[in-house]
Design a protein around this ligand. Structure first.
Ligand code: ADP
Ligand code: MG
Length: 474
């Protein structure tokens, strides 16, 4: 690796990126290399190669690299290679915008730290202080957290920041946006021994210049295929709301029926939309779960955990709640509507087709959304495929076929139906109101199915089953 602390190289791009065929060549510590080997990572990804040496040399870094490109390991491995494990005060602080992401990033550190002797703690809100306090009291070298809770602990005197040398902002553009900016400045001002700042994001932070002047010293820019939608891996698709009477929710159901993705995140622009959409889908028998910041912490963790294990099919989320989340094998992302901010398209679509997998990014468009979508496709030079929207009749047919298939599956599992129900069924069929009565029964059946506790899936294993599977009652 040609970069060192004195070379003055200020930008690393794919053009001048040194080749690295193995993790050993990156100069990580022996303990970290063993951890990486055990985690099953075979070869370093581009951003990991680019960051390794400058990060371990103590340089400040501004890193732009697309979602799913392995940024977490790109800072975790160098940091774990240089920590002083005999000390028991935090030397490195990593901040992320959401609790889930803080947990995920902390998990990535732990995954490769098994041989280092690392003591660390995730510090985030929405949960009791107890466990975090215990860990902080016994002493840690690394803290990964969200800004609010970190500042809470700092204010209470339960978290010492005096020895923090390395400060990482993951999803830096989000961290430097209005919602977090004040908090981040407070943290910076508390870090009196700060030597190194590392910023990671897929898109360029807007107010980065101010930050650099104030807190960073001759940072190296690591600029890897930034601000681009990966057209190789991600297919960009739109469906139009063609029926003038139709609603966006009906369009979503039409798309879900026709695409039948094994799993997907449905992104909404507002919390209230995530709630309405989840309720609408659940009512129609889709296995959809909600993720937004109104949920209690334990509920959010449960939802994320189950989604990652492939036990839910649809996650309906706001942008901020799903930021940086890594769900392996996610084949599809659906934009319930185009995002408010063009850059969010990258963050959303980056959730699918991660590392070396293909993905599909679907956007639902009303006539009024055309301008927004054109802006996005112009900005990122997208080739957008327009799929034909199934008609209302076609959608209802698919929906109905699915329900019947599921009910028939139930028959296989509950073959013995008491006589009296059969008699009732015969009388219903013969009744003039048969259609309405059966419709009512189906509605109640779906409502009940939506609220019953999730049985454990029978087949274990990673990833999401391909579509057309729903939980059923035992
Ligand atoms: P980003 O932060 O850039 O969005 P992540 O750090 O979340 O990306 O990593 C995306 C996925 O890639 C994770 O599942 C991670 O475990 C995996 N990954 C990271 N480094 C490697 C590697 N060298 N080889 C294979 N997979 C990797
Ligand atoms: Mg990340």
């Amino acid at each position: 690796m040609s970069t060192d602390g004195t070379s003055g190289l200020s930008t690393i791009t794919p053009a001048n990126l040194p080749e690295a065929a193995s993790f050993e060549q990156l100069g990580y510590s022996g303990a970290v290399l063993r951890g990486i080997g055990e985690a099953g990572y075979e070869r370093p990804l581009e951003v990991q190669t680019a960051c390794a040496q400058p990060a371990m040399d103590g340089r400040d870094l501004v890193v732009r690299s697309k979602t799913g490109s392995g940024k977490t390991l790109a800072f975790a491995a160098p940091i774990l290679s240089v920590l002083d494990y005999s000390a028991r005060a935090p030397q490195a602080l990593v901040l992320a915008p959401t609790r889930e992401l803080a947990l995920q990033v902390h998990g990535e550190f732990e995954k490769i730290a098994g041989h280092t002797g690392l003591k660390s703690v995730p510090v985030y809100g929405g949960t009791g202080f107890g466990r975090q306090l215990d860990a902080l009291r016994t002493g840690v070298q690394l803290v990964v957290g969200t800004p609010g809770r970190v500042l809470d602990h700092y204010a209470r005197g339960t978290l010492r920041l005096d020895d923090v040398r390395i400060f990482v902002l993951d999803e830096a553009d989000e961290m430097l946006s209005a919602g977090f900016y004040e908090d981040i400045i407070q943290v910076f001002d508390a870090l009196r021994a700060l030597e190194q700042v590392l910023l990671f994001s897929a898109t360029l932070p807007h107010n980065i210049a101010k930050m650099i002047n104030r807190y960073m010293e001759e940072p190296i820019n690591v600029d890897l295929s930034t601000d681009r939608v990966d057209v190789e891996r991600i297919e960009n698709v739109v469906y139009r709301l063609t029926d003038p009477e139709g609603t966006r929710q009906q369009l979503l159901v039409a798309v879900l029926e026709s695409e039948d993705p094994g799993a997907a995140i449905v992104f909404c622009n507002t919390k209230s939309d995530t709630e309405a959409v989840t309720a609408y889908l659940t009512r129609r028998g889709f296995d959809a779960v909600l993720l937004n910041s109104n949920l209690a912490q334990t509920a959010r963790e449960r939802v994320m955990g189950r989604m990652k294990e492939g036990k839910h099919r649809l996650l309906v989320a706001t942008d901020i709640a799903a930021r940086g989340i890594d769900i392996s094998f996610l084949p599809c992302v659906i934009n319930y509507e185009p995002p408010f901010d063009v850059q969010l398209y990258i963050h959303r679509t980056g959730r699918t087709g991660r590392v070396d997998r293909k993905g599909r990014a679907i956007t639902l468009l009303s006539a009024a959304d055309d301008v927004e979508m054109r802006k996005i496709s112009a900005q990122y030079n997208l080739k957008v495929t327009e799929e034909e929207t199934p008609t209302r009749e076609e959608t209802l047919k698919m929906l109905s076929a699915r329900r019947i298939r599921e009910l028939k599956e139930r028959l296989v599992h509950d073959p013995v139906i008491p006589d009296e129900f059969r008699t009732i069924a015969q009388d219903i069929i013969a009744d003039g109101d048969a259609e309405r009565i059966v419709a009512l029964l189906v509605d109640h059946y779906l409502a009940e199915a939506a609220h019953e506790p999730q049985p454990e899936p029978r087949s274990e294993g990673h990833g999401h089953p391909s579509g057309r599977r729903r939980r059923r009652r035992r």
